[in-house]
Write a protein that binds this ligand. Structure first.
Ligand code: ADP
Ligand code: MG
Length: 309
């Protein structure tokens, strides 16, 4: 190896460390991987790109954390469809200066996450450039009977439910969250999930996506929204509720079920993560909030969006 390493040194580093996996008939080292998909009902495919300066800065984020997060956001999307993650491919644009070390750290985080969730690293693409770090992971998954849970299935009268707690993710959780893969599969097995989404843009904004796709409205109960300790501790002029509704990157599941299924889920939860009943789907089109005082007010769909100029 000459003084400065290049793309192929990085690829051989990754290849040496990549675990074999029963779903990989061909892995890293050829022009394409061969992933085993025995079932004929298709595979779920999702991709997410994270960019330095937009989705994270280094520091405070470490390369390892960014690696974990870039795979975990994809697993969260598969979880939102009640799918089982199978394999991933990783594209990186590494800064020419310091990118080799950065890339090694990234791959450590990716491996940590892939082994935790039994996901095969099937391949990827490595480029270097004078820009900041960009990483994009594509993830493949098995749909799980009775099929993927869509955003479009919410029905008037459904309970709106959520895993975990909301708000203040920026203080740390956004870099080391646990994608709710096991929880989604357990919920899918136990109840008839009418609609589901993972909360990446913000609780209010992502609920808005379910409402729009399902052509329904909702009333959320202020007093029932599980607010994280980080949101409660934030002393920045915004209330804990505003943080919980608008912050985003909670990577929790937001889903709707019949009231009967909802009651059963609360009585005997199929997962350890907290489940909350936070509101109801209505026949209207509005998204409303029932305050602690009992007033019903419009709920603005605050949340994160990538913009254009
Ligand atoms: P090609 O030029 O045919 O696309 P590459 O030289 O880019 O092939 O990649 C060689 C092998 O290394 C392929 O199997 C590819 O999937 C894998 N690979 C490249 N970069 C990465 C990466 N960052 N992570 C995992 N696998 C990678
Ligand atoms: Mg090729």
């Amino acid at each position: 190896m000459n003084a400065s390493p290049h793309e192929f040194d990085f690829i051989s580093h990754v290849r040496q460390r990549a675990a074999s996996h029963p779903r990989l008939a061909l892995g890293i080292g050829d022009d394409a991987a061969l992933v085993r998909f025995a079932k004929s009902d298709g595979c779920l495919v999702t991709v997410d790109m994270l960019m330095e300066g937009v989705d994270f800065t280094i520091p405070p984020a470490t390369a390892r954390q960014i690696g974990w997060k870039s795979l975990a956001v994809n697993l969260s999307d598969l979880a939102a469809m009640a799918g089982k993650p199978v394999a991933c491919v990783v594209s990186v644009a590494l800064p020419r200066r310091g990118g080799f070390e950065l890339g090694r750290g990234l791959m450590e985080g990716i491996s940590e996450c892939s082994s935790r969730f039994d996901v095969a690293l099937a391949g990827g693409d490595t480029n270097t450039w004078d820009g900041p770090l960009v990483i994009s992971i594509t993830c493949l998954g098995d749909p799980v009977p009775p099929g993927p849970v869509r955003r479009s299935g919410a029905l008037a009268g459904d309970w709106i439910m959520a895993t975990g707690e909301f708000g203040g993710s920026i203080t740390g959780k956004h870099l080391n969250f646990t994608p709710r893969v096991a929880e989604a599969l357990a919920l899918h097995h136990t109840a008839s999930l009418h609609a589901m989404i993972d909360v990446s843009d913000g609780l209010a904004a992502d609920l808005g996506h379910i409402l729009e796709e399902s052509r329904v409205g909702a009333v959320l109960d202020e007093g029932r929204i599980p607010i994280s300790g980080a949101a409660q501790a934030a002393a920045d002029g915004r209330t804990a509720l505003e943080h919980a509704l608008g912050d985003g990157e909670d990577f929790e599941l937001l889903f709707t079920v019949s009231p009967t299924d909802g009651q059963a889920l609360l009585k005997s939860p199929p997962c350890e993560v907290r489940l909350s009943h936070i509101g109801e789907i209505t026949a209207g089109v509005e998204c409303l909030l029932r305050t602690r005082a009992g007033h019903v007010v419009p709920l603005p769909a605050t949340g994160w969006k990538h913009g254009f100029e």
